[in-house]
Design a protein around this ligand. Sequence first.
Ligand code: 13P
Ligand code: SF4
Length: 310
Amino acid sequence: MNHINLQKKISQLKKKRDAVILAHYYQESEIQDVADFLGDSLALAEAAQKSEASVVLFAGVHFMAETAKILNPTQTVVIPSLEAGCSLADSCPADKFKEFVDQHPDHTVISYINCTAEVKALSDIICTSSNAEKIIRSVPESKPILFAPDYNLGRYLMKKTGRDMLLWKGTCIVHVTFSLKEIQQLKLKHPGAQIIAHPECEESVLVVADFIGSTTALIRYATESASKEFIVVTEPGVLHQMQKLVPHKIYIPAPNNSGCACNLCPHMKQNTLEKVYLALENLQPEIDLEPDLIERARRPLVRMLEIYSK
Ligand code: 13P
Ligand code: SF4
């Protein structure tokens, strides 16, 4: 079946199942085009919490679909592929993380949303790339902070807030492949271009960026700022919305250091339009979590949403 036919079938199935499709910007363009709602991790979590549909088809990675289930447990949450994981979540196994947390009982534990439900349950507050600064500033200066799992984001936030934090050493396999040398070479070819980057990138890349932000913030900046040309240092899935919103600007995806396609997130790309269709048809694979885990993981997520909305 070609993708136009699949998109039509998906629209029909959505009605039949009383389903909504929530999708992240790193999804294939044809998946983004069938979504009812697109967003960064924070916006997607809020949309999942507010959803009144019977079924949420979460076109993103596993931790995002888990978050949707935790925030709205009575909904059926399905994901196109259970293989859609995340290297950051994998870099922080709950048993090792518990040992680390137990060694620092006086610390407030802030975990980036890119982690498993078990790790969320061991945390005091969750944050995303769009609200992390505000969440950190909400913790009294007298309280030491333990931040996990993204080391690069943690170090960037330490610089931004002036707050010393104990960091877990996880990384995103996609964002650490971006090479400063190649970005500088691109900049030589496009001297008028602004460099915009996701905070999961390494410090050497972030110091040359004109703007740093979540996927939503990067799309907004590229489409709303006066500049016409951008070197985009994150997963190139974000270019689809930039091109749709403001087609006449120039968006250049940043290369990585090995010339491979490793700037594509292999986890996000596990989802295909066909798998979206099959997941809606079969209501499988479904996200299933123990009620007790939902309860424990929900507390730090709700705390994040409360602080963020203040
Ligand atoms: P955002 O919350 O900025 O969309 O980031 C999600 C992500 O996985 C980045 O790699
Ligand atoms: Fe995880 Fe990195 Fe993929 Fe984002 S881009 S989902 S952090 S592996």
